[in-house]
Design a protein around this ligand. Sequence first.
Ligand SMILES: Cc1ncc(COP(=O)(O)O)c(C=O)c1O
Length: 436
Amino acid sequence: MSDLPQERRVVTPIPGPRSAELMQRRRKALPAGVGTTLPVFAARAGGGILEDVDGNQFVDFASGIAVTTVGASAPRVVAAVREQVDAFTHTCFQVTPYEGYVAVCEALNRLTPGDHDKRTLLVNSGAEAVENAVKIARYTTGRSAVVAFDHGFHGRTLLGMSLTGKVMPYKQGFGPFAPEVYRAEYSYPYRGTGDLQSTVQYLDKTVGARNIACVVVEPIAGEGGFIVPAPGWLGGLAEWCRDNGSLLIADEVQTGFARTGAWFACEHEGVVPDIVTTAKGMGGGLPLGGVTARADLIDAVHVGGLGGTFGGNPVACAAALAALETIEAEGLVDRARAIGELMLPRLRALQATYDVIGDVRGRGAMVAIELVDPRTDAPDAALTARIASTCHSNGLLVLTAGSYGNVLRFLPPLVIGDELLHDGLDVLEKALAAAS
Ligand SMILES: Cc1ncc(COP(=O)(O)O)c(C=O)c1O
């Protein structure tokens, strides 16, 4: 990345000719079900820039969906991966353990909320982390019901999609889903839904406190549209769980590892979950997930009940340790907060000009705008798609989100410079002007 210029540059129509050719090959070789946000093929990425095979350089407001928190070619990560690959690529931790796995678990036990005794299990992805968290909760409570939320997203496995709130594209046609999954309203201040009282009433009256093994909740709904719940809502859920012998599983897969201006988003609300699931930003770009749980819970599970062939792969662990070191050495938790302090006021200023921006929200470097019909506040997914497409054509990589597809979300790598942040927001402003 050191020689990748940190500037936006659009030198061909988007997609350019080499990307278009590769898209043709892709269409013949891959199923249509694997979507594409921006049909350009990556050549290099680092800092706040992604360069495609035609030489276009995009300002990266996506981080590979909240993964490349430390950048896509962070020097410490690159060096650690090289060193580990030279030593060995795999043993299977359950066959022959290695130190990197233990060190990642120690770091997670130290960094996740709460100073109680914890243990961590490593897996390959966010979905697998959630699956294992629920397994542990059911095992230790002896209960079967799992409560998830509207606007929640927890992955594409059977249980992950069963917990997920949005039918298209995640669930349509893929049922039947896992049983004993119940869905409560998520707190959504802009839309005025999901107050704590009605959530708790649902748990008590509809599901029944004694049946609930766990409540699985994102501290900020990610795919659901970066919805920051009302203050006190998450804490109220935690209290309800404590009072009723249910476990609170905080799914920090998208929010974790400095993204929101804290190591974990639960910290903003002073909430200490029983189990925390992690992935995405943890592995410095390599696939790694984690389940960090109260020791008394996770240690109860019998030998062989947890694990997997690739979980906690040594190369991914080396990358994760280097990513964690980078976050600590470069003060990226504070940097995430500073990014929010730069972006949110500019987005609010845009809201004052463009009444299609119904809401501006987020924490740290996880911020979003919700686009609506200003007369009715009805979600405007078509406008959102148009603005995203104009941004892409002008060299800004943005993602859409939201249960109604009407949210533009911004997740820059935390190593991006202020100039690129402003440049990206300038592109967004022009796209808004063109679309309104
Ligand atoms: C909150 C949350 N949980 C779970 C997942 C699933 O993670 P993965 O795609 O690594 O399986 C995601 C992915 O976006 C997520 O945002």
